[in-house]
Design a protein around this ligand. Structure first.
Ligand SMILES: [Zn+2]
Ligand SMILES: [Zn+2]
Length: 206
């Protein structure tokens, strides 16, 4: 048996936060387990998570490690990988936790067929039940797997991101909304927010 630093109550609370139990969330819970083991829960901004996916797993990282967009210690890189880098600002340690290619396990032909069917039509009650069971089984396997079989721990590919600075706001000269200075654009001598800049740039319909 491997050590589980995350209590069943905390796991249930994570599932409640996410809205359902699924293999993706399970990967996130296990990645958080590995990170918590090294760093402990981030109380303020001392742990920064850089996540390379925006899928279910990230909800576990947010909930369990306290890394959130609002605090500025959750950064999304749209690479489509189950990879999570954690930087500790206190001691300068960084690790990148990468799910092994087979971490979630092979869904198998039956599950693939059921999922494909579900996209096109309503499943029969027994098919629904089967899909639910098979998904729950994959989730259970991830929750019980040896952590080393699920993930590879690599060095971080980049240093910890800078702390967010408080910037001035400028008023967009088109919509009149206050916009963070670093997100404004200049066009024909006017200061614009990004949506107004993009709308102004688009060629008009003939
Ligand atoms: Zn999910
Ligand atoms: Zn605007």
């Amino acid at each position: 048996m491997n050590q589980k630093p995350i209590s069943p109550e905390l796991i249930n609370a994570t599932i409640e936060f996410h809205g359902h139990s699924c293999p993706g969330l399970a990967i996130g819970i296990r990645a958080a387990e590995l990170a918590m083991d090294r760093f402990g829960r981030s109380i303020d901004e001392e742990i920064v998570a850089v996540v390379e996916t925006d899928m279910c797993a990230v909800d576990a990282i947010q909930f369990l490690l306290g890394c959130t967009f609002g605090k500025g210690n959750l950064i999304h890189m749209d690479y489509g990988k189950s990879a999570f880098t954690f930087h500790s600002r206190q001691d300068g340690i960084s690790i990148r936790i990468v799910a092994r290619p087979n971490a979630i396990g092979d869904p198998g032909d039956e599950l693939i067929a059921l999922r494909t069917k579900k996209l096109k039509e309503k499943l029969a009650p027994d098919e629904q039940k089967r899909l639910k069971e098979a998904t729950a089984e994959r989730t259970r396997r991830i929750m019980e797997a040896d952590i080393d079989k699920l993930f590879e721990v690599k060095p971080s590919q980049s240093p910890a991101p800078r702390k967010a600075r408080i910037l001035e706001s400028l008023i967009c000269q088109d919509c009149g909304e206050a916009t963070m200075e670093s997100r404004t654009r200049r066009l024909f001598g006017e200061t614009l927010c990004i949506p107004c800049f993009e709308a102004a740039e688009k060629p008009r319909n003939p």
